[in-house]
Design a protein around this ligand. Structure first.
Ligand code: MN
Length: 396
């Protein structure tokens, strides 16, 4: 709880992680209660400001585990998710959380086809629920579900009513992920201008722009970003914690106290717990982030990592790897063999290259350490046999 206060006082961009709520809402994903507690503890250790822990009104083990998380004495704020009704909020208050999200759809398409309701009723439910939560002294985020398809005048009216009822911020939800950064910037700018409210970006990745849209919102003045580990979430997912935080630091030059060194660890944990494999090319934490194969890139990185890396592998808990494959050059091969304690001359490395390339193409992959050593042994063997008259190994 203290960390949220401190972050707000420092004008930090507040990171709200919803892996345990929106992340778990992903079709086919269920965390065990043990995993939920572990993820909450890791997120707290990493230093996120607020965690959305789940939906207390679901009752049963969901409510029990939220109570357990609330009893851990974490430094971050704990937010429980509610529909805009008093019964949901009573369940949340019962769990001992310090913050509530009160969520209701604001777009006409949702109001008509999902809620079978009217704008007036939506407004009334939100105001009643917000006033009730306010009376109980919890921090309140009013969520405008499907905000990105909501008539902007109605959204402004909704935000102002939320503020007057006691809301601390408005969560702007791009529920179906249809925003793009330029439009996001304009909408958020005008929303802040017209309401003066603190805005949280909650963006989905249907067109691959969740992180970009969240950051566009920040550029327009939003000071909260909703994220999930690995971008886990409904359909194509949410803005990813690791992407948002590293982009804030390295692209927006906004420093923060988040322990990014733990990113790979938590990504692996959530990948396992959610049964969603971490793709090798995953931004920030994927295996390939610091793997270099192509001759030119590997040579550059060997000379000075900044040539092809934006930050150091240790910053996110990864390691740099020079991979020997079809596109490798002699410099990388020399470096690789040094790891095995073998010093190759540049001529030897160049002579080994054709065999390495042929093998990688035949096997359609890079080579394991053992395979490289075998190729080297073959090469030395033939070199000794034939004296200086070296001919390529494994000739057909
Ligand atoms: Mn969502």
């Amino acid at each position: 709880m203290d960390r949220l206060k401190k972050g707000l006082e420092n004008n930090d961009i507040i990171i709200v992680d919803t892996t345990l709520r929106d992340g778990e809402q992903t079709a086919g994903v269920v965390f065990s209660n043990q995993e939920k507690i572990r993820i909450a503890k890791m997120l707290d250790e990493i230093g996120v400001h607020q965690i959305e822990v789940g939906i207390p009104v679901m009752g049963g083990s969901e409510k029990a585990v939220i109570k357990k998380i609330a009893a851990q004495g974490l430094n971050c704020s704990l937010m429980a998710w509610n529909r805009a009704n008093i019964n949901d909020i009573i369940h949340s208050l019962d769990c001992g959380v310090d913050a509530v999200a009160i969520s209701i759809s604001t777009s006409d398409i949702h109001i008509k086809h999902k809620l079978n309701s009217t704008r007036e009723q939506v407004m009334e439910s939100m105001v009643k629920a917000t006033e009730f939560a306010k009376k109980h002294g919890v921090y309140i985020s009013v969520n405008a579900e499907d905000a990105s398809r909501t008539d902007i005048d109605f959204l402004v009216e909704f935000a102002l009513a939320a503020r007057d009822a006691g809301a601390d911020r408005l969560r702007y939800c791009d529920t179906i992920g249809v925003l793009e950064p330029f439009k996001t910037y304009e909408i958020i700018l005008s929303l802040i201008e017209k309401t003066g409210m603190d805005i949280e970006m909650h963006t989905h990745n249907d067109f691959g722009m969740a992180t970009a849209n969240a950051l566009a919102g920040v550029r327009a003045g939003a000071c909260f970003i909703g994220v999930t580990v690995n971008g886990l979430g409904e359909r194509a997912g949410n803005a990813a914690l690791e992407e948002v935080v590293m982009a804030l630091k390295h692209i927006f030059n906004k420093d923060h106290d988040i322990k990014t060194q733990m990113f790979r660890e938590i990504s692996e944990y959530v990948a396992r717990a959610s049964g969603r494999i971490l793709p090798p090319g995953k931004a920030i934490v994927g295996d390939n982030m610091f793997r270099h194969e192509s001759g030119i890139h590997a040579d550059g990185v060997i000379k000075f990592p900044g040539t092809y890396e934006v930050f150091s592998p240790e910053d996110v808990g990864l390691e740099r790897q020079i991979v020997i494959g079809k596109h490798s050059g002699s410099k990388a091969i020399m470096l690789k063999f040094k790891e095995y304690g073998i010093s190759l001359t540049e001529d030897e490395a160049t002579e080994l290259l054709p065999a390495i390339r042929r093998n990688t193409v035949e096997m359609k992959r890079s080579l394991f350490d053992k395979e490289l050593v075998y190729l080297y042994e073959d090469y030395m063997h033939k070199k000794l046999e034939k004296g200086i008259d070296y001919s390529p190994i494994n000739t057909d």
